[in-house]
Design a binder for this molecule. Structure first.
Ligand code: FEO
Ligand code: CA
Ligand code: CA
Ligand code: CA
Length: 656
């Protein structure tokens, strides 16, 4: 049935209705099955998940972690990466964070082991923290085609099955490696750190490795009172990343377990960035600086060390998408920093692409990802845009900068947010996933929502972030989010200027003042997050929504976008001028799947034969994913196939 598939003009499946049921709904003719939920053993010898919140911390070195997020299907041919192989694969997946109350007997804040009457003293058990540390990171799972040829199943005990956690040793690679800013008691030379953390969206490299991302690493760190021991610049830089003095971290409190000896003290004090020693080599004041990177993993080499690619900057990385590669041209990666009012970046490699590097593993990564130029985006009011280089000595990034002195490229990269401020970048409505259209080369980014837009003075409405929902004359921020896109000048992804428009605005269909894309019941949504162009040019949009879940739980939509020049200037109901793409119709954007209650739909990948689509259900709210007879909801992967075994969206491609 599968010929030379070209992008269709219309989507022919019947759109899925809004749903708030605690179940999955997928388009008619398709099958959605849960696989690999939290706690699934990857090897024999690890007992099955039970609802007792007592699985040992150590066992999670061989179990699926929590909060499944970005993932990628790596076709496997023998022992090697094969971008076209669909028979077997390594499914590589992020575990973004933990729901402590679903993993530990008493959740947060407990001091006493095995105690029916826990004492809440803002100090946690070592065993609970170890379990949570091991529930983060990445899983590598070998999959094989099922006997009935419909979808895949895990290969237990595969030599490839592997967990990388927040305690696995990782290498700092690129310009920041060895910098004074990443020296810690663990490695006073500044080349290694422990753990990858808060891994959110995913990326693939053109040579076939996995790119994971470190997003909300702020939440697991604490900071006491130490400003008097730090330089003004050091203090400012931490505050710019949210770590102000007396910052307790979020609810995790990984730095708090009681230490019975020095080794245990070191295991947990690394999550406390307070400067307590005489120098950085004696404490973990710079442990915080060793997180926030794009991290490269070779899933085919189970002994390989994850490489934190510092040349791509340090911020709350959402995902990482490469532009189509061309022999003899630089490799270009696009990235978003997901926080309110943060920025969109791109990295242009110094090395020129060679097709001979496919399958080159981390050595190819060393070639393309350790040296290059990081840029940040400026979106002008007239629909034009420019990329500002974050290079020491350019754009005010020098020792005389009035906000933060930059003494070298390591400081520019570790404090990329401050460098982007100095370069005059445009503050966006929470940049989440990036994906590049294989049809047009246009780059798409979800701007999920931003409650500060039009509310805080530093984030006024603008052409590129044009909505702040108004109620009773009061600005309430951008609730529903939008998807921005741009075309690089001359179609060259290394260009330093571009033209942009807004492809799509999220909105409830009955809220006319907000519904600038004329969405209807078949396709309205809020808070776009996951984003993926499949190789046939179909754009898949996932939602992580706080504004519309009373009408429908989070969802997956399929779309067939046009191109940037579709955009024309228009004016919002609040009088803001912007540039909007062609409006959505019933035929070119449709709801394909709705997840269970309380969940986020995130992470997406497809087998190369287009017959299996994988998505993740993260933090389901009720009992979805619970073991039979149990009640603890679990994040899990969902495998979607067509009931007739044909390719996903076969009805639109006329192969059915
Ligand atoms: Fe982890 Fe911005 O989503
Ligand atoms: Ca996300
Ligand atoms: Ca989100
Ligand atoms: Ca999430």
């Amino acid at each position: 049935a599968q010929g030379d598939l070209k992008r269709p003009d219309t989507l022919k499946f019947e759109a899925v209705a809004h749903s708030t049921a605690d179940t999955m709904t997928v388009a008619a003719g398709y099958k959605a099955e849960m696989i690999l939920p939290l706690g699934t053993p990857l090897n024999s010898g690890i007992e099955d998940w039970k609802d007792n919140r007592e699985q040992s911390a150590e066992s999670f070195e061989w179990r699926m972690g929590d909060n499944h997020d970005g993932m990628w299907f790596f076709g496997k041919n023998g022992n090697a990466y094969d971008a076209k192989a669909s028979e077997n694969s390594l499914l590589v997946m992020n575990h973004e964070y933990v729901n402590s109350s679903e993993l530990s007997p008493f959740g947060y804040y407990v001091t006493q082991d095995n105690d029916a009457a826990p004492i809440f003293q803002n100090r946690r058990l070592a065993s609970d923290v170890r379990r949570e540390v091991n529930c983060h990171g990445v899983s590598v799972v070998e999959l094989t085609r099922r006997a009935d040829d419909m979808g895949y199943e895990m290969v237990p005990d595969s030599k490839y099955n592997r967990r990388i956690t927040s305690s696995t040793t990782a290498q700092l690679a690129g310009p920041v490696a060895g910098s004074a800013l990443v020296k810690t008691k663990f490695d006073p030379t500044g080349y290694q750190t422990r753990g990858i953390n808060n891994n959110c969206g995913a990326g693939l490299s053109p040579w076939g490795t996995y790119l994971t991302t470190e997003e909300n690493f702020l939440g697991v760190f604490a900071r006491g009172q130490d400003a008097s021991q730090l330089s003004a610049g050091d203090n400012y830089a931490r505050e710019r990343y949210g770590a102000v003095e007396d910052f307790p971290g979020w609810e995790y409190l990984w730095h708090t377990p009681e230490a019975k000896d020095a080794k245990i003290a070191d295991e947990f004090s690394r999550w406390d960035m307070t400067a307590v020693g005489a120098s950085a080599a004696e404490d973990y004041r710079y442990g915080f600086n060793t997180f926030g990177y794009i991290t490269e993993i070779d899933p085919f080499d189970q002994n390989s060390i994850p490489q934190k690619r510092t040349a791509l900057g340090r911020f709350a990385h959402e995902n990482c998408a490469y532009a189509p590669v061309e022999q003899g041209k630089p490799v270009v990666f696009y990235m978003g920093d997901d926080a309110r009012g943060e920025y969109i970046y791109k990295f242009v490699s110094k090395a020129m692409w060679s097709n001979s590097d496919i399958g080159g593993g981390l050595k190819a990564g060393d070639k393309y990802l350790n040296d290059g130029t990081l840029y940040v985006a400026v979106f002008n009011e007239d629909g034009s845009g420019e990329w500002k280089a974050l290079v020491h000595g350019q754009n005010g990034l020098d020792a005389f900068n009035s906000v933060l002195p930059f003494n070298g490229q390591d400081e520019v990269l570790v404090f990329a947010r401050a460098a982007a401020d100095a370069a005059g970048a445009t503050k966006m409505d929470r940049p989440e996933w990036v994906s590049v259209s294989p049809m047009t080369g246009d780059v798409y980014v979800t701007l999920t929502n931003n409650k500060y837009r039009g509310v805080r003075d530093d984030q006024p409405v603008s052409a590129s972030n044009p909505r702040s929902y108004q109620s009773s004359g009061k600005a309430l921020g951008n609730d529903n989010g939008h998807i921005i896109r741009w075309a690089e000048a001359g179609g060259d992804h290394a260009a330093t200027s571009f033209e942009w428009d807004i492809y799509l605005f999220g909105a409830p269909s009955d809220l006319s003042a907000e519904n600038l894309s004329q969405l209807n019941d078949n396709n309205d949504f809020s808070s776009p997050d996951g984003l993926y162009f499949d190789p046939r040019g179909v754009l898949w949009i996932q939602t992580d929504d706080g504004a519309y879940t009373d009408t429908s739980s989070c969802m997956l939509l399929a779309a067939l976008p046009g191109k940037v020049s579709d955009g024309s200037m228009t004016t919002t109901s609040a009088g803001q001028s912007t540039r909007v793409g062609t409006s959505a119709s019933n035929d070119n954007i449709k709801r394909f799947f709705v997840g269970p209650e309380g969940c986020e739909v995130t992470g997406i990948t497809m087998a190369p034969d287009f017959k299996t689509l994988f998505i993740n259900i993260q933090h389901p709210g009720n009992t979805w994913g619970a073991v039979a007879g149990g009640s603890i909801p679990r994040s899990a992967t969902v495998m979607i196939t067509r009931e007739d075994g044909d390719v996903i969206l076969a009805e639109s491609f006329d192969t059915a």
